[in-house]
Design a protein around this ligand. Structure first.
Ligand SMILES: Nc1ncnc2c1ncn2[C@@H]1O[C@H](COP(=O)(O)OP(=O)(O)O)[C@@H](O)[C@H]1O
Ligand SMILES: [Mg+2]
Length: 317
């Protein structure tokens, strides 16, 4: 299963959520791969130290994988880009977990890949038949999908992709690769307006891709990623309930029948921002007295909900 965590807003908790769901699934015994597709590299550095990354980056970032394809049409094996973050791994073993948590790291230079992909898709468009342009579009945008499929089939129970806050070409390759889409969102005015727009844009992209795939005999099948739904994050609580204004926004989204998760991820700047420095997502941090207890409870409940929706998704296929 390949799930993209996506929202074209930054700072809504995508990376934090990806890391924690991945960690909790690994704790429950699953083989999990996380792919950092954001040039901001936050997911990468919530698992690796700068020194570890510098040691590995020349050979092992997703940027290099895209570059080889863009520059030389080389289809490198994504397996060679996987690392096992040491600190999270140790923590999982200390908890006697049998699961695996692996990472494909990102690179600040991934920001250029969007442009390079655009050029590759449109290059030589003049004089080229519509058909060969369509073929290039499909080949290039489905490259991540074809790269991830063997890993999803043979190596991992779940692959989570942490997307950048945009719908540019790199993000599009993730959406096309995905079986499911998970949308973290803050319950505020702009975010709630943005969700239906996001869904519309995603549907448009899927339609465009499918209309081309349906015309081609090259084996590019139409895609239909399952909308897992919206998870509300950074929700401020008052006496254990969301502030009324936040609840109003949550209700507004629910009324749009857009698919939402019951579990709310609450606001807790200190506990969420400390975890990445330790290389261990907060859900795996030892609970001391009451600290973390409520965060752990919510992250575990969210993971259970995600797992249940993945089951629904599987049974619907
Ligand atoms: N539930 C939360 N409450 C408070 N702060 C959070 C929460 N989740 C994440 N953060 C913090 O908010 C910032 C943005 O989160 P991040 O996961 O990087 O968002 P995104 O990937 O959407 O840009 C980070 O500093 C992170 O530590
Ligand atoms: Mg992020």
């Amino acid at each position: 299963m390949i799930i993209s965590v996506i929202n074209y807003k930054g700072g809504v908790g995508k990376t934090t959520m990806t890391a924690n769901i991945a960690a909790e699934m690994a704790y429950r015994g699953k083989k999990v791969l996380v792919l950092d597709l954001d040039p901001q590299t936050n997911l990468t550095f919530s698992f690796l130290t700068v020194e570890q990354w510098q040691h590995a980056y020349q050979h092992q970032t997703i940027k290099r994988w895209y570059d080889a394809f863009i520059d030389k049409d080389e289809e490198l094996d994504l397996k060679d880009f996987i690392t096992r973050p040491e600190r999270a791994h140790k923590r999982l073993r200390a908890l006697e977990a049998t699961g695996i948590l692996d990472l494909i790291p990102s690179h600040l230079g991934l920001v250029n890949v969007d442009n390079d992909l655009a050029i590759k898709i449109w290059k030589g468009n003049q004089g080229v038949t519509e058909r060969s342009h369509r073929y290039e579009y499909l080949r290039i945008l489905s490259r991540l999908k074809t790269g991830l499929i063997p890993l999803a089939k043979n190596e991992y129970d779940i692959i989570l992709i942490d997307c950048p806050p945009n719908l540019n070409y790199v993000t599009q390759t993730a959406i096309i690769a995905s079986d499911g889409l998970l949308i973290p969102a803050k319950p505020d005015y702009l975010s709630t307006l943005g969700i239906s727009e996001l869904k519309q844009h995603l549907n448009q992209l899927i339609e465009d891709y499918n209309s081309k795939a349906q015309m081609e005999p090259y084996g590019y099948k139409p895609i239909c990623p399952y909308w897992l739904g919206v998870v509300f994050t950074m929700v401020g609580l008052w006496k254990n309930e969301p502030y009324q204004t936040l609840q109003d926004y949550i209700d507004r989204v629910k009324r749009q029948q857009i698919g939402t998760f019951e579990t709310l991820i609450t606001e807790n700047k200190t506990d969420y921002s400390e975890a990445p420095e330790k290389g261990i997502p907060v859900v795996l941090t030892p609970a001391s007295k009451d600290r973390y207890a409520s965060i752990h409870m919510r992250l575990k409940a969210l993971t259970s909900e995600v797992e249940a929706k993945i089951q629904q998704m599987k049974s619907g296929r």
